[in-house]
Write a protein that binds this ligand. Structure first.
Ligand SMILES: *Cc1c(COP(=O)(O)O)cnc(C)c1O
Length: 474
């Protein structure tokens, strides 16, 4: 028997489930049309209307003041909202490394939005917690940490890097949690490492100055032969290496560090080896690219973003450690191992967050729908499209491509003009979205092939546009 009746006493507070179902159908139809026209490349990939005009078009002030939205007015609002946004499914979306989400993951976000099971403690969502647990087991297996490893999903790569380095700090100085951080710790990282690592060093109390640069080649890759010198420099400066960081792949160029070479050096010297695989760890799923991650099993810790190449919405990132106890030790000194007990398990001891979204479900539904194989095929396809762009660009006069891409990120220059200006012009009418990056102090244009809809035609059109803007050197 129901424990509560007389819902009509609370109109507008209790869900009107018919209204919800109608609004949900409006949402599904609106999003289906949005993705359909986006992946066909019909509307501009971005509109850059100023915020005042956006607020006006969406009627924000009025809605906030008056309320009263209905499924019909919501449909209108949603269409305008989607239209003013950035279309990640658009073939001309070649910008930041953010997934064009696949729909199973989108469904997971919807389910989370309605059920809200913040499952960092088991009793707040047994299914969500168990799904995360199994997703992590799958990831640990892929990396080669299956037997001994531990993991947790967290809201993004930056937080994941912070968490992994916290585990490294606990391993180096177990008493830092209670007594504070000694002044002699060092983090060894190439200057090309993601900025979240330097931030993490500052947040962890090491200070930015504790980040000591590793020697790199002209493309920012760690120079393995010069690692002994770097370690020497650290020790001569009176510091203890807390961790050494490699990128798989680096954000700027999309190039992978030599994980085996670096990992063997770290093992031989007793240095914690952290791999930032936020973007590129997903290549583990693609047979022909897995070799890029050769040696990853030597890492002490690794991060792997699902909202980049596993096609979930932002944010969902895994922190994985080779020894499970290391991750628990990050937040307290005594390890408590996770197991399938009858009481379940609480992942809360492994994260900065207290409550946490149902992140595992997004990854799981993409896996369940597409299979590991389908996700791997996606990675391989995007990497191949980027390679194709490189092939096309280097055949054209005026284009300079400093390296052969290893992932779906390609950097290039056109002519002698200000590259940032070229980018601005391409984006001004919403024809393309792309980014830029510095390599060895020189600004390059940067393409990241995220949308499955990007094809040769898109790439040729981009090259035509850039090449047609001005002659080389002009
Ligand atoms: C994107 C990225 C990050 C940061 O991840 P967020 O999820 O955006 O916080 C860290 N490292 C690398 C190499 C990245 O590409």
């Amino acid at each position: 028997m129901a424990i509560c009746r007389g819902f009509d006493q609370y109109p507008g507070v209790i869900w009107n489930v018919e209204e919800f179902a109608r609004a949900a159908a409006v949402t599904a139809d609106g999003l289906a049309a949005y993705v359909d026209e986006s992946q066909r490349g019909l509307p501009p990939v971005i509109r850059r209307r100023p915020p005042r005009e956006v607020a006006e078009r969406l009627g924000l002030v009025r809605w906030i003041r008056e309320g009263g939205m209905t499924p019909d007015s919501y449909a209108e609002f949603l269409a305008a909202y989607l239209d003013e946004g950035t279309r990640l499914h658009h073939p001309a979306y070649l910008g930041h490394q953010i997934a064009a989400p696949d729909f199973p993951a989108a469904l997971a976000d919807f389910v989370h939005g309605a059920t809200n099971n913040p499952m960092a403690v088991y009793e707040m969502g047994a299914s969500a917690a168990t799904v995360e647990f199994e997703v992590l087991r799958w990831m640990l297996d892929k990396v080669g940490f299956g037997e001994t490893g531990g993991g947790v999903l967290t809201h993004g790569g930056s937080l994941a890097n912070l968490t992994a380095l916290l585990a490294a700090r606990a391993a180096a100085v177990p008493e830092a949690w209670t007594d504070g951080v000694p002044a002699d710790l060092a983090l060894l990282a190439p200057a090309s490492a993601h900025y979240s690592l330097t931030r993490a060093a500052a947040i962890l109390g090491l200070g930015e100055r504790a980040v000591m640069p590793l020697d790199v080649d002209g493309l920012g890759r760690v120079d393995v032969a010069r690692l002994p010198e770097a370690l020497d420099r650290v020790r001569r400066a009176g510091r203890r290496p807390m961790a050494l960081v490699a990128s798989a792949c680096s954000t700027g160029t999309g190039l992978y560090d030599d994980l085996r070479g670096i990992g063997e050096f770290c093992t031989a010297n007793g240095v914690w080896f952290h791999v930032d695989g936020a973007h590129g760890a997903s290549a583990l799923l693609a047979e022909e690219h897995r070799h890029l991650l050769d040696g990853i099993e030597l890492a002490d810790s690794l991060i792997w973003d699902a909202h980049k190449m596993l096609r979930t919405s932002s944010l969902a990132a895994a922190v994985l450690t080779r020894r499970e106890g290391d991750l628990d030790a990050a937040f307290r000194q005594r390890a408590s191992y996770l197991f399938y007990g009858d009481q379940g398990f609480d992942l809360i001891g492994r994260t900065v967050e207290c409550s946490k979204a149902e992140l595992g479900l997004k990854v799981f539904l993409n896996l369940a729908w597409r299979g590991e194989r389908g996700l791997g095929d996606y990675v391989a396809r995007q990497y191949a499209t980027a390679h194709r762009f490189w092939e096309l660009a280097r055949e054209r006069p005026g284009f300079e491509c400093p390296y052969e891409p290893e992932s779906n990120i390609v950097c290039f220059r056109y002519g002698g003009a200000d590259q940032a200006e070229i980018r601005e012009r391409l984006m001004a009418d919403g024809a393309f979205q792309l980014t830029s990056a510095e390599i060895d102090g020189v600004r390059h244009l940067r393409v990241t092939v995220m949308a499955p809809a990007t094809d040769d035609k898109t790439l040729e059109a981009l090259l035509d546009r850039i090449g047609g803007e001005r002659g080389p050197g002009g």
